[in-house]
Ligand binder design. Structure first.
Ligand code: GRF
Length: 225
């Protein structure tokens, strides 16, 4: 029985934030890992070609590709059908996570591009598994997709002086949960979007590791959820 805290990481793409967590949990050379008591026990992607799945494989971490298409194909092509498909998909996603051995104590959404429904969140809450999400903006500033681009545009319009990154608890309202860690990032006049994106990603890689460490701070006994 592992005496470490097991976490399940959800991804959709490149997986650079997953890689930051892998690097923080694995010893490499003389320096001790930033998260020595954390083990990434499983990675789940909703996209088959997510490079993060390669990163998981290279790190010998078990992974699952959970595809929503079969769920949509079973439903009529209506708004109600799509909602039903998403609910069934989320219920099965929760079952995949809860039935894992070892059972994770924490789910980390790291570049996960699928809004998790109440069906998923209720199931995880029942199983006493916390869900946190990395979002490249400050609380309440640019919820939803394309946050970095929206911040870049808002800065150019003189509406903001800076942006940031946060990791927050996941609730039904998108990107609205209680923050665990936030980090402010100054915007720079004349900076290209790609340059801001790179600076934001570098902060994400630090913040996601800090947030996972914080999620387990003060946990009485290792291995207890
Ligand atoms: C990150 O900005 C993440 O916050 C967003 O997708 C970007 C890529 O993340 N959701 P990753 O490289 O796949 O971890």
């Amino acid at each position: 029985m592992s005496t470490k805290h097991n976490i399940c990481v959800l991804i959709s793409g490149n997986g650079s934030n997953l890689q930051a967590l892998i690097d923080a949990t694995k010893s490499s050379g003389p320096s001790s890992p930033a998260l020595p008591l954390v083990n990434i026990s499983h990675v789940i992607s909703n996209r088959k070609n997510a490079y993060g799945l390669t990163r998981a494989s290279d790190a010998s971490i078990p992974s699952t590709y959970h595809n929503i298409v079969p769920y949509k194909q079973k439903q009529p092509p209506t708004e109600e059908g799509v909602q039903s498909a998403r609910r069934e998909y989320d219920i099965d996603l929760a079952k995949i996570i809860i039935s894992q051995t070892p059972k994770p104590e924490l789910v980390v959404c790291a570049g996960w591009m699928h809004i998790l429904s109440s069906a998923f969140l209720h199931a995880l809450d029942e199983a006493k598994i916390m869900v946190i999400n990395l979002h490249p903006a400050l609380p309440g500033q640019f919820n939803g997709t394309n946050a970095i681009e929206r911040a870049h545009e808002a800065f150019r319009r003189g509406e903001i002086t800076g942006t940031g990154v946060m990791v927050h608890r996941v609730i039904e309202a998108v990107d609205e949960g209680e923050p665990l860690v936030t980090a402010a990032i100054e915007c720079r006049t004349g900076e290209e979007l790609s340059e801001l994106e790179e600076r934001v990603h570098e902060v994400e890689w630090r913040v996601i590791v800090e947030a996972v460490g914080k999620a387990f701070e003060g946990r009485a006994k290792l291995g207890e959820s």
